[in-house]
Design a protein around this ligand. Structure first.
Ligand SMILES: *Cc1c(COP(=O)(O)O)cnc(C)c1O
Length: 383
């Protein structure tokens, strides 16, 4: 305690459903494991569900997958640190890149290791996180195309992360058009190559990776797929929601992951503090609703373990506040005895913090595991 309970059957269902729906339009799925710190249990479920490759943002997580014997194609989905290129080529088959200096270093590292390394060039399409400006792509490609031990296999983009820019027909068409333009330049270049360089400019781009879970709204609304043939999906698989409006995706489970915490104090207290008010432990003003006496409970979990704003409590329970190690609840109509386990639905931010807190235990359930009895006294919130 506290613990995450992760239903691998539900995650398998979510992944398989998305793989099939996207597969019908020839879009492959890269299953993203970063929210689970590259847990091999999750990776195996995703691969069984039909994802064609795995993706993670941290080299440590990819190394963890390799140590567990996973030999699927794995992509490093954050731009590699130039200081880590040896580890990157050793553990990852492909990386998403934007910096020529890093790609040169990857080339040297791959040559030293006697390996080939795949590169997907990320294109900036308005969210202003990683990406090469579209007007610079061709020049960069020209300068990189003959690097030894490097295969430039495609283009990618990432939206809705830093600035919340939605994937739509406009930006997806830009990515497709860029791919078309580059592949068409291929032929031109083959005839105009001149000098010492014979042969084609480059093999056609084989991976056009349109984005992350936030692309699903565009896709399900019948967006024009164009050249897009891959999406990198984490949140939608794990939480069954699209990240633009956090609405449930029809047919997916939204309750595959629950966070359980234990009640350590249960008292009737006034809802309004008394004394001289100043800052709280985290500087934010306390949100006070004077509703008279309430059934107040404290759970043994706090800011160090979870993002309290990302927790959906069970029906009838309200989160009043959190400090480092305490989460304070108004349990509504009923007092909740000490020792009660209460289950929450974490959002993506809450899940990330739980997974990286050494204090939060992780239990996998599914066909082969017996579900533990959780949340004995209050009905589990069912989304
Ligand atoms: C995290 C990440 C993803 C997966 O995002 P979800 O919203 O969890 O699907 C895909 N691509 C990149 C570059 C990422 O950083």
């Amino acid at each position: 305690m506290p613990g995450l309970v992760i239903d691998l059957d539900k995650i398998h269902h979510n992944a398989k459903t998305l793989v099939m729906r996207l597969g019908a339009h020839d879009i492959s799925v890269t299953g993203v494991t970063k929210a689970f710190c590259g847990a091999p249990q999750l990776a195996k479920v995703l691969l069984r569900a039909g994802v064609t490759s795995l993706g993670d943002s941290r080299i440590e997580n990819i190394e963890r997958l390799r140590e567990a014997g996973i030999d699927a194609t794995i992509t490093l989905i954050r731009s590699p640190m130039i200081s880590q290129v040896d580890r990157v080529v050793a553990a990852a088959d492909i990386s998403l890149n934007t910096e020529p200096a890093v790609i040169h270093a990857l080339s040297a590292a791959a040559r030293k290791a006697g390996k080939q390394h795949g590169i997907i060039l990320m294109v900036e399409l308005g969210d202003l996180r990683e990406g090469i400006m579209p007007c610079d792509i061709e020049n960069i490609l020209q300068s990189l195309r003959r690097l030894p031990n490097i295969n430039i296999i495609g283009l990618g983009t990432n939206l809705a992360c830093r600035s919340g820019i939605s994937p739509d027909d406009d930006n997806m068409a830009s990515l497709s058009a860029l791919a078309e333009h580059i592949d068409a330049g291929d032929a031109v270049n083959a005839t105009n190559a001149g000098g010492t360089e014979a042969g084609p400019f480059m093999p056609p781009l084989s991976v056009i990776s349109g984005g992350n879970s936030s692309n699903l709204d565009w896709f399900f609304a019948g967006g024009t797929v164009g050249r897009i043939n891959n999406l990198r999906l984490g949140e939608a698989i794990l939480l069954g929601r699209e990240p633009l409006h956090r609405q449930p995706i029809p047919g997916l489970h939204t309750d595959a992951i629950r966070l359980i915490a234990e009640v350590i104090e249960s008292k009737t207290k006034p809802s309004k503090p008394w004394g001289t008010a100043a800052q709280t432990a985290f500087g934010t003003p306390a949100a006070i609703d004077d509703t008279g006496d309430i059934f107040q409970s404290i759970l043994a979990i706090g800011q160090q373990d979870v993002d309290p704003n990302g927790l959906r409590p069970p029906h009838g329970i309200k989160i009043l506040g959190a400090s480092s190690d305490h989460l304070v609840l108004d349990t509504g109509e009923h007092p909740v005895p000490v020792g009660t386990e209460i289950a929450f639905m974490p959002d993506y931010a809450a899940l990330l913090r739980c997974m990286t807190s050494p204090y939060v235990d992780t239990t996998y359930i599914g066909k082969t595991a017996t579900p533990r009895s959780v949340f004995k006294s209050v009905p589990v919130f069912q989304g």
